[in-house]
Design a protein. Structure first.
Length: 584
């Protein structure tokens, strides 16, 4: 697989997966549609069955309601007499009209054996049956043969459809002398069907629609009868001049028919009193709509699910991103911490090295000062004796030696100051006292050099926990440095004092000397860093001072003054008044 081909193939695969998913979705929707449609259809079928039964009952009761009336009237002596005696026919007409009106029948009429109507309930209407011959009607034939004849037909005289029931009329010797017939109209029934909005049609054995809820279906055929049969029907004049055209009707599978191209569910029930079939039909359009609605709901559910899934995935992605963000942040923080720790470690190591170097130097200094101390004081004594002897001689050897000894003493003083301290007991000492002592120790030199000295000691002075004597050494060293710095100044001035600085106190030594010349305190306190000529200083003073200040939990700073000169400041915690110990 080439490098360039890989994403293309990936894309193709994704496209194929999407296509398959789409196909499966379409198939699922089809299945859902089919299932919903068949469910709706079976419930609709059940309903249709019920409706069909109902309509059949109403039809049968309409047909059967007056079925026995011709039989009963056939026994009526007035009817028999009417057939035998033409004189009594007028009275019979009225009698039939009365019965028809009471029974709500369209017509009641009596025919002789030739089929000629001799009396009719509608005798007084302009279109009546009197004098008409109905021998061609099957019901007449049946009744003449001694049975009940039933027939549906379009009236030959009135041109109105109706249901005919006929019975034979017998004389006293039980001979058939005529036929009495009843015509029932079914208009009201059909009107009720139409009003219901439902679709009903009744077919006879020839599949001719005899009754229908839709007027244009009536007298149409579902399956056209043969030519021969059509001829017979015409002879019976059952449907008058109706052309008996076929209805646009096609039987489909699964209880369905197509009527004028529209699919319908069809329920068919037989009518008991007649060789008829009742067809109840319902369009499937509603069912299709309902099934489509179910598919629509399913599609919406799928879409909702998809949206939820996408939302859930993006939420998960966002959370994962968040988590990785947090991890990155934590990692960065850890790196920072580590860097800081490494830095602190390096600093500590540095300080450790420094302090061990200082410790070694201290030991060395201690032994040198100890060894030199005695010979030096012996030399000073000898020189003092010499000087007394040669008092009057200026620039004597003794005087020069004395200068050399002083210089050597300066050196040892520095060294002593630097010597490793013994284990000091920490005790509280007064800041003002320490400052005054340091000034006292240097007063001689200050006066000799005519340096103006200012003391700033506000009361009450705080106390510090530590070694007072060593702390005084620091102050003495700072004062001596200041004295050196103001050496070449016309009006030399030094100020020493203390001031509160937040929770700490600041002890400062300020001068108007040559200043720090751009050097930082870190550089100045490097051991052996000095601008003094050999024998004047070893460059150890500030290094030692800084370490002593540190022993007292303090820190040493140095800055140039704006008006010239420098200020050295020791910042350190006083003993807190309530606890009686170091505030730190
Ligand atoms: P030393 O006094 O032996 O030179 P220090 O460590 O005490 O050693 O001082 C180091 C250097 O710091 C001095 O040589 C000097 O250059 C500088 N210094 C110290 N105090 C002052 C000050 N008050 N004004 C200017 N420079 C100073």
């Amino acid at each position: 697989m080439s490098e360039r081909g890989s994403p293309l193939r990936h894309q193709r695969r994704r496209f194929a997966v999407a296509l398959i998913a789409l196909f499966l979705l379409a198939v699922s929707f089809l299945v859902i549609y089919a299932a919903a449609f068949s469910t709706f259809k079976s419930s609709e079928l059940e309903r249709a069955q019920g409706r069909a039964e109902f309509y059949r009952t109403t039809l049968e009761s309409a047909l059967d309601r007056l079925e026995h009336l011709p039989f009963i009237l056939g026994q009526d002596p007035a009817v028999v007499r009417g057939l035998q005696d033409p004189e009594s026919r007028f009275a019979l007409n009225r009698r039939l009209a009365d019965f028809a009106a009471r029974a709500n029948a369209e017509a009641l009429y009596v025919m002789d054996l030739d089929g000629l109507t001799i009396a009719a309930s509608n005798y007084s209407e302009p279109v009546n049956f009197l004098g008409e011959n109905y021998s061609f009607r099957p019901y007449f034939q049946t009744a003449k043969n001694g049975q009940r004849g039933k027939f549906f037909a379009i009236g030959a005289t009135t041109k109105r459809p109706g249901f005919f029931v006929a019975e034979p009329v017998r004389d006293s010797t039980d001979n058939i002398i005529g036929v009495i017939a009843l015509k029932i109209e079914l208009d009201e029934l059909v009107a009720a069907w139409r009003a219901s909005g439902e679709k009903i049609l009744i077919t006879n054995l020839d599949t001719i629609v005899v009754l229908a809820s839709q007027p244009d279906w009536q007298y149409r055929t579902l399956a056209p009868p043969s030519e021969e049969r059509l001829l017979q029907i015409r002879q019976m004049r059952q449907f008058g001049q109706e052309p008996l055209a076929p209805l646009d009707w096609e039987r489909l599978e699964n209880d369905e028919v197509a009527l004028a191209g529209e699919r319908h569910i069809r329920v068919r029930v037989p009518v008991t009193s007649q060789p008829w079939q009742l067809h109840f039909i319902v369009s499937t359009a509603g069912l299709q709509e309902r099934a489509l609605f179910v598919v629509f709901l399913a599609a919406i559910s799928v879409a909702l699910l998809a949206i939820m899934f996408i939302f859930w995935r993006s939420e998960r992605l966002r959370r994962a991103l968040d988590a990785s963000h947090q991890d990155r942040k934590r990692l960065l923080r850890e790196i920072e911490d580590r860097k800081a720790t490494e830095k602190a470690l390096a600093k500590t190591q540095n300080e450790l090295e420094k302090s061990s170097r200082m410790a070694a130097l201290g030991q060395l200094a201690a032994s040198v000062t100890h060894e030199l101390g005695q010979p030096l004081s012996a030399m000073r004594n000898y020189i003092a004796i010499e000087e007394m002897n040669a008092a009057q001689k200026p620039e004597s050897l003794a005087t020069r030696l004395s200068g050399l000894v002083r210089r050597m003493e300066n050196i040892t003083r520095d060294l002593r100051f630097f010597a490793q301290p013994k284990q000091h007991q920490k005790t509280p000492f007064d800041v003002a006292k320490a400052i005054e002592n340091a000034v006292g120790l240097t007063r001689h030199d200050l006066q000799a050099r005519q340096i103006e000295m200012a003391l700033n000691l506000p009361t009450p002075a705080p106390q510090i926990l530590g070694d007072g004597a060593r702390f005084e050494q620091v102050l003495v060293n700072l004062l001596r440095n200041a004295m050196s710095a103001v050496d070449d100044v016309s009006a030399p001035k030094i100020e020493i004092g203390w001031a509160p600085a937040g929770d700490n106190i600041a002890i400062y030594v300020a001068d108007n000397g040559h200043g720090l010349k751009g050097q930082q305190i870190e550089e100045l306190q490097e051991p052996f860093r000095t601008d003094k000529p050999s024998g004047e200083g070893m460059g150890l003073g500030l290094a030692i001072s800084a370490s002593i200040v540190k022993e007292h939990a303090g820190e040493l700073f140095a800055v140039d003054n704006e008006q010239g000169g420098a200020t050295f400041t020791i910042l350190l915690p006083p003993i807190s008044k309530d606890k009686g110990q170091s505030g730190q």
